[in-house]
Design a protein around this ligand. Structure first.
Ligand code: HEC
Length: 146
């Protein structure tokens, strides 16, 4: 009997561990459903690479890497570094600018458009696709979605 104990204990550990992992996974997912940009459609198929949803998903990743510090996790202009700048980083959810303007200010930076020099120019840093993905992402989170 005692011989079975280690393997049973091992099984219990594995079960507890996978329950914890699965539990955490679904909790994180359901906590903020509007922020979860799925990479699959409702039947589980991967999104086509050139679909709008895939561009929004990729753009969100670029945003999280390059823009969050100033514009904030909620894109409301309240990133950790926002208080260093005057004018503040724009609230990108409430922006009234069109996609062409987004592309321009992201590529050329604020100064080129007579805006704050603290909005950096990203054209040397990001690829064309990363920038068009960012524009798709910004449009998807815009309050007006115009
Ligand atoms: C160092 C801080 C900083 C970083 C990093 C930054 N921005 Fe900005 N951004 C600003 C500031 C400041 C403004 C406001 C300029 C003004 O009002 O003159 C701005 C303005 C903008 C605007 C104009 C919005 C509007 O409605 O006029 C867009 C779009 C934008 N940023 C996108 C981005 C994106 C996308 C990234 C990441 C690739 C990014 N920014 C990274 C500081 C930053």
């Amino acid at each position: 009997m005692n011989l079975h104990l280690p393997s049973r204990a091992g099984l219990w550990c594995a079960a507890a561990l996978s329950a914890a992992v699965l539990g955490f996974g679904s909790a994180a997912f359901s906590a903020e459903p509007e922020k979860a940009h799925p990479t699959t459609n409702s039947s589980g198929a991967l999104l086509p690479r050139d679909s709008k949803d895939a561009a929004v998903f990729r753009g969100g990743l670029v945003y999280a890497n390059y823009c969050v510090t100033c514009h904030g996790i909620n894109a409301d202009g309240n990133g950790r570094a926002a208080r260093l700048y005057n004018p503040k980083p724009a609230n990108l959810r409430m922006s009234d600018k069109n996609d062409a303007y987004y592309g321009l200010i992201i590529r050329k930076g604020g100064a080129a458009l007579a805006r704050s020099e603290f909005m950096p120019a990203w054209e040397a840093e990001l690829t064309h696709e990363q920038i068009t993905d960012l524009v798709a992402y910004l449009r998807s989170i815009n309050a007006a979605k115009s």
